[in-house]
Structure formats: C-alpha cells, structure tokens
Design a protein around this ligand. Sequence first.
Ligand code: HEM
Length: 89
Amino acid sequence: MNGLEDMIQFPQFVDDFMQRQFTDKQVGRFYVGHSTNSKKRLSQLITEMICEITGGSAKYVGRDMRTAHAGLGITGAIGCNCEEPGRFA
Ligand code: HEM
C-alpha cells in the first residue's frame, strides 16, 4: 500500500471484505444477532488492527483476540488461532 488514495480506500476494502463474511455460508452464523452498528465497529477495529500491524499511525483499541473470540467455538476447517494467547495472534 502506498499513497493517500490507498489510505482512503483501505477502510472501504475491509468493509467490503467483512460484508462478505457476514453473509458467508461458513462463517456468517457467527455474526447472527449483531446489529448494523456492531458490524461497522468490527470492520473499524479490524481496519485499525491491520493499520497498526503494518506500521500505520492508527492504534488498535479493541480487545485481545483470545478474549474477543473465546466461547464462539471457532474450530475445524474454519478455525484460526483466535483463541490462542496474544493481542493480535
Ligand atoms: C473464522 C474466523 C473468525 C470468525 C468467525 C470471527 C468472528 C468474530 C466475532 C463474532 C467477533 C465479535 C465478538 C463479540 O463481539 O463478542 C469477532 C471480533 C473480532 N475479531 Fe474475529 N473472527 C474470526 C477471525 C478473526 C481474525 C483472523 C482476526 C484478525 C485479523 C479477527 C479480528 C477480530 C477483531 C479485531 C475483533 C473485535 C474485537 C473487539 O470487539 O474488541 N477475527 N470476531
């Protein structure tokens, strides 16, 4: 990524990606019951997280990944390391 244009388009990119997750056949069920505003907040937090990890000026202010995903039962083929310790991992 480089340049102002990319910086402006990045939140929209994450938003589009998350919209697809919310209606996805495999993972959409995890977002059932989330309000429109909660989904927007999620996109915003993920945008901030990626910005911080990639050295941008935004700061991630959300919960650590273990806390945010604990109890959701994300396992198997769609599993990731969300329930492992660490702020971003
Ligand atoms: C199949 C994989 C995943 C599913 C189904 C999933 C689902 C969810 C759900 C349902 C929440 C909301 C939890 C709540 O508000 O109680 C959440 C929060 C979050 N997830 Fe994931 N997630 C997945 C993977 C990831 C990955 C790989 C990342 C990192 C890029 C990530 C980043 C976040 C962040 C930043 C939050 C917000 C934390 C907060 O609310 O403070 N998630 N996720």
